[in-house]
Structures are given as C-alpha cells and as structure tokens.
Design a protein around this ligand. Structure first.
Ligand code: ATP
Length: 279
C-alpha cells in the first residue's frame, strides 16, 4: 500500500516547551489513522506540521512524497478541520457551502449531499450567527467533506457533538473513506477511535507510546480475564491461562456454570496502563 504520510524523528519546540519529542510513523493510503492523547500531548502541533502551518524543529515529514508546503496543489488534495471557523457569520449554511463549492469547483448536488451527511438539510437556510456550537462544527465538517479530498485531517471533529450527530459524522467519514479518502484524526474519545480507526497511535508528552490496530493493542497490552457466574450466584475472575482453563473445565463438569464472559480491556484501560493517566 502506498504511503501518504511519512514522519521521521520529528521534534517541535516552542520557546521552552518541547511539544513533540521524536515522533515517527507512517500512514498508508486508504487508512483511518487515529492520534490519541491527553490535552497538551502534541496532537494539534502534529496536524499543524503535516498541514504546512508550522515547520518541525528537527526531523523530516513527507506528505504525498513531498515536504508539506502551503501550495494550492497541496491544499486541493487535502482537507483540514481545525477550530478556526472562517465561516461567513451573516450568510446561511447553504450559502457558505455554495461559496466553498465554487472555490473547489464542486456541484450544487454535492452541497445537498453533504448537508444530508451532516444532518443539516432542514436547517440550511439558517445564518451561521444563529447556530449552536455543535451545528457550526457540523457546517465545518460539511465544508471539508465537500471536495472529497485525498487526505483529510480532523482535529477532534466530534468533541462538541451530541451522540446522535456524532453518529451521522462517523457514518459520513466512513463513507468518504470507502470512496478513497485517507483520514488522519485526533481525538480524546476512545470509543470514536475504536469505531473508526484502522490504526491508532497513543501520544503522551510528545511521544508515541504505542501504535497498532485497536485489536492488536488490546492483545498486546491487555490483561485478558474471564468472568464466570456460578449457579449459586458467585462470580469468579479467571485468568486466560492453563490454570484458568482447568478451573472453567471444573465448573462445567460439576454443572456449576451459569454464564461466562470474556473481559477485554478497553483502549482507555490500555492508555492508563501505558501512561499512568487517563484521557
Ligand atoms: N504556539 C505555541 N506556543 C507555545 N507553546 C505551545 C504553542 N502551541 C502549543 N504549545 C504547547 O505545546 C504542547 C502541545 O500542544 P498541542 O496543542 O499540540 O496539544 P494537543 O494534544 O493538541 O492538546 P489539546 O487536546 O488540548 O488540543 C502544550 O504544552 C502546549 O502548551
């Protein structure tokens, strides 16, 4: 698979603050890659480096095989969702999107489609200044979906959305990804990462502390156990090893077993184990 993003030994220092401390990773074409970390761990700084807003202090970065630069050719191939609005407050949702559709040379039909995708079709005539924070966020997401970029950067896309609208956005992102867009996403939300991402990097204090598929992270870092409920109501926590297997066999043979459940660690549990802190 083709590499779309290649980051090697990158550091970034702002005055005295060392925001990124030697980060390396690759993102392949067609992946949804999640960057997870607590506040201040360097997620936004990494997106800024990858989208040519700032330069790394040391190390090398290639996107589409080249050092990121604010050229129009590069900008056309990617989309960036950050917290800067840049929307025209007095114009309606629809007019804002039509304006960007003009810039990107995409059709009115595409505008209608993204309005459906972000669940704003019925509100499209409302002016931006009258929208809630979550609605504005969905307009911003609609704007980055418009031109179906090859590569999409999303900095905490759903942090201000309610669960129902979060679901709409996740669906839209999955569809965009199926159509070929590579997605780089930062989030605090473990469930979001788990539901969307092919691979996840855990970032802590400017360093990647783990990077793999959600499944492999659970296998490598999880303490798998099994909870057994017995006929007499007792609950037993059994280890996934030879001794545990013998214990379960014993309960089965004695007819004592009522229910059995495997306890997989959540990504949140793994993050706490690796870093000693939550997200
Ligand atoms: N322009 C700047 N000048 C000085 N320090 C900065 C600047 N931007 C970020 N930092 C510092 O760099 C570190 C990483 O910040 P960054 O915004 O990348 O973190 P983050 O993981 O995106 O956090 P959040 O989840 O809160 O958005 C923090 O300590 C932050 O205070």
């Amino acid at each position: 698979m083709k590499t779309v993003i290649n980051v090697k030994d990158v550091t970034k220092t702002y005055q005295e603050v060392q925001a990124i401390r030697g980060v390396s990773f690759e993102v392949k074409k067609g992946e949804i890659f999640g960057f997870l970390g607590p506040s201040g761990s360097g997620k936004t700084t990494t997106i800024k480096i990858l989208t040519a807003q700032i330069r790394p202090t040391t190390g090398s970065v290639a996107v589409f095989g080249k050092e990121p630069a604010p050229s129009s050719e590069y900008m056309k191939r990617m989309g960036v969702l950050t917290d800067h609005s840049g929307l025209y407050e007095r114009l309606s949702i629809e007019d804002n999107l039509l304006l960007f559709a003009g810039l990107y040379e995409v059709s009115r039909t595409r505008v209608e489609q993204v309005l459906i995708d972000v669940n704003l079709k019925d509100e499209k005539k409302k002016a931006i200044k009258h929208l809630s924070k979550g609605m504005k966020q969905r307009v911003l997401i609609a704007r980055v979906l418009l031109h179906q970029p090859e590569l999409l950067f999303l900095d905490e896309p759903t942090s201000s959305l309610d669960p129902s609208n979060q679901k709409y956005i996740h669906q839209a992102l999955k569809e965009l990804n199926r159509a070929g867009t590579t997605i780089f996403l930062t989030t605090h939300d473990m469930l979001e990462a788990e539901g969307l991402c092919d691979r996840i990097a855990f970032l802590n204090g400017g360093k990647i502390v783990a990077l793999d598929t959600p499944e492999n992270l659970r296998i490598q870092h999880g303490n798998q156990t099994i909870t057994v409920r017995l006929m007499n109501g007792d609950k037993k926590l059994v280890a996934c090893d030879e001794q545990g297997a013998a214990q379960i066999y014993h309960y089965l043979k004695q007819g004592q077993m009522q229910t059995i459940h495997s306890n997989e660690p959540t990504l949140g549990d793994i993050f706490i184990k690796l870093t000693g802190r939550g997200l």
